[in-house]
Design a protein around this ligand. Structure first.
Ligand SMILES: [Zn+2]
Length: 61
């Protein structure tokens, strides 16, 4: 789906906000403290890894 702000009256052509699409891996950061990769879109994970001392978030296997 494309979201544009085109205006036929003025001829203005809106910017295409669909591009570029980030690859899934680009949303992840590597934590220098615990060594775990975490999703920057998940506030819970971001706040966990913001602590000065912490362990990796337990992951269900
Ligand atoms: Zn961490």
């Amino acid at each position: 789906m494309r979201y544009r702000t085109n205006n036929e009256g003025t001829g203005y052509r809106g910017k295409d906000h669909d591009q570029p699409i980030k690859r899934e891996a680009e949303h992840f950061e590597h934590c220098p403290i615990c060594g775990q990769d975490f999703d920057m879109r998940d506030l819970g994970q971001v706040l966990h890894h913001a602590g000065a001392e912490h362990q990796p978030v337990p992951v269900d296997q």
